[in-house]
Ligand binder design. Structure first.
Ligand code: SF4
Length: 469
C-alpha cells in the first residue's frame, strides 16, 4: 500500500544480490523497510526482511548467501497505510495449493478496506495491516485454477493503483493497474535473464538493458520461455502519476521513453516563462529542485548557483517526531552558502510545498545569510488534494496551499513573491503532452473513485507522513 520500490529477477544468476542492488537504487522510493524473497532450483523459497534501509538489511554476505536461487523479488517500503512493523514488510509471502507465492506492491488501493471487511467476513485471517494483503487473500479464495487466472481474478476486484512484482514456482510476474498510475519497467540482463523494476535507475545498477515499460493494464509473465504479455482489461487511457516526473522518481530514470531529468528541466523553463522575476541568482532547494532550477536559470539568463548545500548524511526530516526536532532537522540537512546569497535577489526553486514547514525554515535561513530578496518558485501547481494512489501526501487540512490564500502563504513563508507552475504548463511540459496523467493532488480530478476519508483514517494512513515537506 505505498510509495515503494519493487524489483524482480528471473534467471539472474545471483538473483538476491541483484535484487539488493536494484532495491538500493530504488531506496528513494521507500526507506522504512526492505525485503527480498528468492526461489531456488529445488522450488524452495527463502525470505529476508527488515525495517530500515536496504544496506542495513542486505549488507552482509551471509544474508545474501542464504537467499539462494536465480529468481527473486524485492521491495522497499514507505508505508502510506499500515503501521511500521515487520509483519507489514513486503514482499508478502503465502503458500497456496499451487505452491509458494511472493508479491510486492507499489501503489495504494482505494477499495482495500471494503474488500478487507468482506474477506474477513468470509473467514480470511489477515496477518498484517497493509492493504496489499488483500491481493494474497483474493488469490487464495479465487476459484480459477492457474496462478495467472487467479491473479487476474484478484486484480479485477481491486481499485486504485498498483504495480506488482510477484514470484511463484513457474514465473516472475509484473502487473500494472489499468490506469498505469505507478511505473514498472522490463529489462534484460547480459546473461539473458530478466528484470522488473519500478524505475530504470535500478536496471542501470545491475547493467540490465532497458527493454520497455510494462504497459498500463498489462501483466507480464516471465519464465525460461521468455516474456508473455496478457492484457485482461482491454485498452484504456493511462493516468500515469505526474508527481513521479515532478519529484518522486530519480532524475536519472527514464519514464515512458523520456528522461525524468530532461522533463524537470523543461518544467523549469516553463516556470521561468510563467513567473519570471528580476533576480541575481537562481538557487535550487537540493536535491529535488536542482533540474528545474537549471531550466529556470537557463531560460531567464540568470546565473544558477548552489546557494544551499545539503548534508547527505542526515535522514529525511519526516522521520523525526517532534516540532522541535523537525526544526533542527532542516538545519542539519541544509546549510546556507553565504557568499552566494549575501546582498542578492534570490530565486529559490523547489518542487512542491506540502505542509510548508521546510520551505519556511529554508527561506528564513536564506534571509539570515543576507539575501536582499527571496522569490520562491515552485515547479508544480499548488498541492491542494491528498493522493490516494501511493504518494504520501497528508490530508487536505494539512496541505498548506489548500488552507491559505496565495497572499497568506506568501506572508507565511516570508518571501517577497511566490510563484507556482500552472496546471496547463505542467501538462504541456510532459513528454506525452497534456493527456494521460493523474494530477489529482493539484487539480482534485481523481481518475478513480476515492475512499471515504474516515475509512482512510482507520487504515492508519496518518502514519509516517513526510512532515518536513
Ligand atoms: Fe501522483 Fe498526485 Fe495522482 Fe497521487 S494524486 S498519483 S501523487 S499525481
Amino acid at each position: 500500500p505505498e510509495e515503494c520500490g519493487g524489483f524482480g529477477v528471473w534467471s539472474g544468476g545471483d538473483a538476491a544480490a541483484l535484487a539488493a542492488l536494484g532495491l538500493h537504487a530504488l531506496q528513494h522510493r521507500g526507506q522504512e523497510a526492505a525485503g527480498i524473497v528468492s526461489l531456488d532450483e529445488a522450488g524452495m523459497f527463502h525470505a529476508h526482511k527488515g525495517l530500515g534501509l536496504v544496506g542495513d538489511n542486505f549488507g552482509e554476505a551471509k544474508v545474501i548467501a542464504s537467499l539462494r536461487g536465480e529468481a527473486a523479488v524485492g521491495h522497499n517500503r514507505y508505508a502510506t497505510t499500515g503501521e511500521t512493523a515487520l509483519r507489514n514488510v513486503q514482499p508478502l509471502y503465502a503458500d497456496f495449493e499451487f505452491g509458494g507465492f511472493a508479491v510486492g506492491h507499489n501503489g495504494n488501493l482505494t477499495n482495500a478496506q471494503a474488500l478487507k471487511r468482506a474477506l474477513v467476513r468470509r473467514g480470511c485471517l489477515f496477518q498484517s495491516t497493509t492493504d496489499s494483503e488483500v491481493f494474497v487473500h483474493l488469490i487464495a479464495i479465487s476459484l480459477y485454477s492457474t496462478v495467472l487466472d487467479r491473479l487476474i481474478d484478484a486484480l479485477k476486484q481491486v481499485q486504485g493503483a498498483y504495480s506488482l512484482v510477484a514470484l511463484h514456482n513457474g514465473a516472475l510476474i509484473g502487473a500494472r493497474d489499468p490506469l498505469g498510475v505507478r511505473p514498472l519497467v522490463l529489462g534484460r540482463l547480459a546473461n539473458g535473464g530478466w528484470v522488473l523494476a519500478s524505475e530504470t535507475c535500478a536496471l542501470d545498477i545491475v547493467s540490465a538493458e532497458f527493454v520497455r515499460d510494462v504497459e498500463a493494464g498489462e501483466i507480464v509473465v516471465i519464465n525460461d520461455e521468455g516474456v508473455r504479455s496478457v492484457k485482461p482489461f482491454g485498452r484504456q487511457a493511462g493516468r500515469f502519476c505526474i508527481f513521479e516526473y515532478i519529484y518522486f522518481a530519480r532524475p536519472d530514470s527514464v519514464m515512458e521513453g523520456t528522461p525524468v531529468y530532461e522533463t524537470r528541466k523543461r518544467i523549469g523553463v516553463e516556470l521561468s516563462r510563467e513567473s519570471g522575476v528580476p533576480a541575481d541568482v537562481v538557487v535550487p532547494v537540493p536535491d529535488s529542485g536542482v533540474p528545474a532550477a537549471m531550466g529556470y536559470a537557463a531560460e531567464a539568463g540568470i546565473p544558477f548557483e548552489l546557494g544551499i548545500i545539503r548534508n547527505h548524511y542526515v535522514g529525511r526530516t519526516f522521520i523525526e517526531p517532534t516540532d522541535q526536532i523537525r526544526h533542527l532537522g532542516v538545519k542539519l540537512k541544509h546549510s546556507a552558502n553565504r557568499p552566494i546569497l549575501e546582498g542578492k535577489r534570490v530565486v529559490l526553486v523547489d518542487d512542491s510545498i506540502v505542509r510548508g514547514t521546510t520551505s519556511r525554515k529554508i527561506v528564513e535561513m536564506v534571509r539570515q545569510a543576507g539575501a536582499k530578496e527571496v522569490h520562491m518558485r515552485i515547479s508544480s501547481p499548488p498541492t491542494t488534494h491528498s493522493c490516494y494512489y501511493g504518494i504520501d501526501t497528508p490530508r487536505r487540512e494539512e496541505l498548506i496551499a489548500a488552507q491559505m490564500t496565495h497572499e497568506e502563504l506568501t506572508r507565511h513563508l516570508g518571501v517577497d513573491s511566490l510563484g507556482y507552475l500552472s496546471i496547463d504548463s505542467m501538462l504541456s511540459s510532459m513528454p506525452e503532452g497534456p493527456k494521460g496523467y493523474c494530477h489529482a493532488c493539484f487539480s482534485g480530478q481523481y481518475p478513480t473513485a476515492t475512499p471515504a476519508e474516515p475509512e482512510l483514517l482507520r487504515a492508519g494512513s496518518a502514519a509516517g507522513l513526510p512532515r518536513g515537506r
